[in-house]
Write a protein that binds this ligand. Structure first.
Ligand code: FE2
Length: 192
């Protein structure tokens, strides 16, 4: 059983207001409920005997499993990496970003573009196969993930993340996010 993390709005969160934040947390909690229901179903016969690639209960459960679990994980990473009191990355984080993107401002330009191009998530991640950081674009919780990578910064680009507050001002949401990153959290994630 996966336990919900209790996320509460705090004064250091400036990227979204309380109303937008609270609605979003409820959506996250829905994903936790979903993965727990799916896990429960997978503990039964779950239609395994009829499993096939076209249609069926077992296939639906396996599709739902990665969708709901990634929905939980990505939302937790997102809520944890906003707010805080640090406005810039620490030296180690800056060096690692600069090594793979040229400099921090070049990384920002690429990350913002990645966010604008994403229907689901923009993720700064360490990709183990190449041994480097990449800005990864996900169109959905289960669409666009690299098989072997470690997310260190996550931005929710689904419209539900910002539309209540920003409406169609998507660029404003992204810019306010960039100035409200909890770099302490990102710095800890980079120390694998
Ligand atoms: Fe979301």
């Amino acid at each position: 059983m996966i336990e919900k993390i209790d996320f509460h709005y705090t004064d250091d969160i400036t990227v979204v207001n309380r109303e937008q934040f609270d609605v979003h947390v409820r959506l996250y909690e829905g994903y936790v409920n979903s993965i727990n229901k799916i896990d429960e179903e997978l503990n039964t016969d779950a239609g395994r005997k009829e499993a096939n690639t076209t249609y069926g209960k077992f296939r639906d459960l396996k599709r739902g499993e990665t969708y709901a679990l990634n929905g939980v994980i990505l939302h937790e990473l997102y809520f944890q990496n906003i707010g805080g009191k640090t406005s810039e990355p620490d030296l180690l984080t800056s060096r690692m970003i600069s090594r793979d993107f040229g400099c921090v401002s070049d990384w920002i330009e690429d990350f913002v573009a990645t966010a604008k191009a994403s229907r689901g998530w923009a993720v700064l991640a360490f990709e183990q196969r190449s041994g480097r950081f990449r800005n990864v674009s996900l169109d959905s919780h289960d669409l666009g993930n690299i098989a072997y990578y470690a997310p260190v910064l996550v931005l929710d680009m689904y419209e539900h993340a910002y539309f209540l507050q920003y409406a169609d001002k998507k660029a404003d949401y992204i810019n306010f996010f960039m100035s409200n990153i909890n770099w302490d959290v990102v710095g800890e994630r980079i120390k694998f």
